[in-house]
Design a protein around this ligand. Structure first.
Ligand SMILES: Cc1ncc(C[n+]2csc(CCOP(=O)(O)OP(=O)(O)O)c2C)c(N)n1
Length: 816
């Protein structure tokens, strides 16, 4: 790498510029500078052309990295194989410079090209500027990440990249320090990897930024965080964003003290000052890589020459002075001035570079567009050919012809145009019988299947390693009765013993072994590197988990109570749940999140927001065990698979006696398979988690009045009853009661929808299906608060009895 010993004096560059400690010749130096210039210029040109593509209608939306080229080129020089980026939509130059993006791929994403080979970041699923490398082979196995300049897949919520950065950086520390991980050479070279975070200045106003900054500082992990400071967040200037209008100034308290390896090293550098940028990044990354000390690089005087995105123009909110300043301090322009003033190239040479660069970008754009359009035109032509046959055989030709003409004359169709025409034609010929019509139908169903793959596949793992492929192994129960927490503790002991990549962490998880003692003594046994405490910061606990899981570890992150999952629902929903989908199976983070809930006391310790959870976390599995023996089976299944999951342990189960299984480390519980706990013919009662026990008691009491109900514990809400066991039960009982502790219309509505519509349970029902839920408010405090807020044994009895009363008033007369 180049080092400028004195950035103000470049006369003796061949003497002062070194590569990896070696001197380089002036010629080599000059070549490097000119290559950098070409890349900067190309990237800028890409932004200009990209914007034009949106304005002419070829792409829907554009957001570009103009103004940030030079610092990203300097950063890229320090980016090594094995390192990770966690950045945002301005990083196109960085991605180009580290060789993880081509210009053609950039444009392919702008057009939403669905072919993963053409658009490897997201296969057309993310809007442009959302980058990512591919960590997985096609069969879902990991590539050798130490040979890749890795980029974790971007998300749009501002600062959403920060929590994940904590874990990406922490993984290096884990690989450096944890014995037992020496064999994980595909993921790390002794923990020497740096995690690079990038963020815009305005996004530092977000909570996740501050939480991540603090967590990274506490953990002392090798993150290098660059803030691209262009003074605005869309139109809102810094004075409304940042105290003192200066992020490095306000972060000064994080600066590590001399000689003390604690805190951050903080740099400030101008975005247009090439030599200083190179020198700064060289120093910054060396500190992070060698000392595992986090570094903040505040890059100031950044411009945004195109404004925020294609959705608006910056003339609306920037002053004339600012706009003029941005022209003068454009980093590409300043770079050219620097090259000329140091006689590194002549004006003609630079003009030639620019000409070449422009040509290269134009060609890449053209190739990307053609490659995007050709398969769609092929689909269009196939559809046209069959519709022409249909038109020639149909008695409705005059209705079909205009549709056909429109489709044929559309030179740049999208898939929607094709499918919508085909469907309209199908409607027109709905009463006719002809061979061409069935051809069209076959074509439509084939193409819909392909479109499913393009637009809807890989929400969950579709690899061999999916937890849904894990074979069931039954628990072998002994007669030894122990507290539920002991079942868990002894299980986790075995897991930690046998799998060095498993890490367990959360609030109070380490020293005291968890608030419910389910990890009692395990930190002592396995050390702080395996079982550890975190600060009270749910968002970054999940971020730690995501980042470490992306680097081959198997974290089990603990959120102390279900109620506090709300603090991290954003990162779970936006980042973790979408990861496989948004990369079309290019990245995965098989993080297991452990929490506990449903029943303690009061408004913030007894919630059961399951409807919110199942709706926010599509892309994760959601397990709701009724006891801890069941939970262990779920953990075993999940640890054999590669999907992320949430396991909500029943809070009242830790001190309840359970029969201890003898095969703790082996038995598995199939996901999406409910269990029939009590058999009956009069009605099916569906429930899960803690309410299973309440329902079981109510069923005993119902027996006394001659009602025999079937009790089904769904066990997992996502996936939900994949074999339609509940429907099978309804075919016998014809009556349905769903019981849960969520609010009305919460998870019970989800369950009802699954049974009635997905399983077609509707056809078996002889009575109105009933949901029994908690009240709309959160539970009041105390045992009575619980009794009057959540379904009680009496409530379940009454709801079940009312169903039977409606069926046969004589046998089951009204009680009240
Ligand atoms: C959580 C969230 N809020 C709002 C937005 C809309 N938004 C997108 S970018 C942006 C401004 C970001 O500014 P800055 O962090 O300075 O980055 P820049 O775009 O200037 O590089 C906003 C408000 C968003 N994407 N996510």
């Amino acid at each position: 790498m180049m080092v400028f010993v004195n950035s103000n004096n470049l006369h003796n560059m061949e003497e002062t510029a070194v590569t990896s400690g070696k001197k380089i010749s002036q010629k080599e130096f000059k070549n490097t500078v000119l290559e950098d210039y070409k890349l900067a210029y190309m990237s800028r040109e890409t932004s200009y052309l990209g914007r034009r593509e949106v304005l002419t209608g070829k792409a829907k939306f554009g957001i570009f990295g103009a103004g940030k080229e030079l610092p990203q080129i300097a950063l890229a020089k320090q980016f090594k194989e094995g390192d990770f980026r966690s950045g945002y939509y301005r990083d196109q130059t960085l991605m180009l410079a580290i060789g993880q993006l081509t210009l053609q791929e950039f444009f392919a994403q702008l057009y939403a090209h669905t072919d993963v080979n053409s658009e490897p970041c997201s296969a057309g699923r993310s809007m442009n500027g959302h980058f990512g490398s591919r960590s997985l082979n096609e069969d879902g196995t990991w590539k050798d990440l130490t040979k890749i300049k890795n980029s974790s897949a971007d998300i749009s919520p501002t600062a959403g990249q920060m929590p994940r950065l904590v874990g990406l950086a922490q993984a290096s520390k884990v690989y450096r320090n944890n014995k037992g991980l020496e064999g994980f050479t595909n993921f790390s070279n002794k923990g020497n990897e740096v995690a690079f975070g990038t963020i815009g200045d305005a996004s530092t106003s977000e909570g996740p930024f501050w939480e991540s900054i603090n967590a990274i500082g506490v953990l002392q992990v090798p993150a290098v965080i660059s803030v691209w400071d262009d003074g605005h967040g869309i139109s809102v200037p810094q004075k409304y964003q940042t105290t003192k209008e200066n992020i490095s100034e306000v972060l000064k308290g994080f600066q590590r003290d001399k000689g003390q390896n604690n805190g951050y090293e903080i740099f400030k550098v101008k975005a247009w000052d090439y030599p200083s940028l190179i020198e700064t990044y060289e120093k910054a990354v060396k500190i992070a890589r060698e000392e595992h000390c986090p570094v903040l690089v505040h890059v100031v005087e950044v411009t945004q020459p195109q404004g925020h995105s294609t959705s608006g123009s910056h003339e609306r909110y920037k002053s004339k002075e600012r706009l003029n300043w941005e022209v003068e301090y454009c980093c590409v322009r300043k770079f050219r001035e620097f090259i000329e003033s140091n006689n590194l190239a002549t004006t003609d040479e630079l003009d030639e570079i620019e000409k070449e660069a422009k040509k290269g970008v134009r060609e890449a754009k053209k190739m990307a567009w053609e490659s995007y359009l050709v398969p769609i035109l092929k689909e269009r032509d196939e559809a046209v050919a069959i519709i022409e046959q249909v038109a020639s055989e149909s008695t409705n030709t005059n209705f079909i012809t205009p549709l056909l003409t429109d489709l044929k004359s559309n030179t740049e169709p999208i898939r929607k145009d094709i499918i919508s025409t085909v469907k309209k034609v199908m409607r027109i010929v709905r009463t006719e019988q002809m061979a061409s019509k069935s051809n069209l139908l076959t074509w439509l169903s084939d193409i819909q299947e392909k479109n499913y793959d393009k637009y809807s596949s890989k929400l969950y793992s579709e690899f061999e390693t999916s937890p849904l492929n894990v074979e069931e192994v039954k628990a072998e129960l002994t007669d030894e009765l122990v507290d539920g927490r002991v079942v868990l503790r002894d299980y986790f002991d075995q897991v930690l013993e046998t799998r060095p990549e498993v890490l367990m962490f959360g609030e109070d998880t380490g020293k005291i072994g968890g608030v419910n003692q389910s990890l009692e003594g395990l930190q002592e046994k396995y050390g702080e590197g395996r079982v550890f405490d975190t600060g009270i910061r749910e968002t970054t606990i999940i971020g730690q988990g995501i980042g470490m899981a992306m680097r081959g570890l198997r974290p089990i992150a603990e959120i102390q109570y279900l109620d506090y999952l709300l603090y991290c629902i954003q990162v779970l929903s936006d980042d973790l749940s979408t990861l496989q989908y948004r990369t079309k199976g290019g990245q995965k983070a098989p993080l297991i999140v452990r929490t506990r809930g449903h029943r303690l006391e009061g408004i913030w310790h007894s919630g059961s927001p399951m409807g919110m959870i199942v709706n926010a976390l599509r892309g994760m599995h959601v397990c709701v065990p009724r006891n801890l023996t069941q939970a262990v089976g779920m953990y075993n299944t999940l640890l054999k698979g590669d999907d992320p999951a949430l396991v909500i342990e029943p809070l009242n189960g830790y001190r309840t006696k359970e029969k201890k299984p003898s095969n703790l480390g082996e038995y598995t519980l199939p996901l999406g398979v409910p269990e029939i706990l009590m058999e009956g013919n009069d009605m099916t009662i569906v429930t899960y988690g803690s309410t299973t026990h309440i329902v079981a008691q109510a069923i005993q009491q119902l027996k006394e009045v001659g009602i025999i109900a079937e009790l089904i514990d769904v066990r997992t809400l996502l996936p939900f009853d994949i074999n339609h066991i509940i429907n099978e039960s309804l075919s016998k009982t014809n009556r349905l009661l769903i019981v849960d502790e969520d609010v009305p219309g919460g998870a019970s509505a989800y369950i009802l929808n699954e049974i009635l519509t997905s399983q077609k349970g509707y056809y078996h029902l002889d009575a109105e299906p009933v949901t029994l839920t908690s009240k709309a408010h959160r539970p009041a405090y105390g045992t009575d608060g619980d009794y009057f807020s959540k379904p009680s044994v009496e409530d379940v009895f009454d709801a079940a009895y009312a169903i039977m009363n409606e069926f046969d008033e004589q046998q089951f007369p009204s009680i009240y």
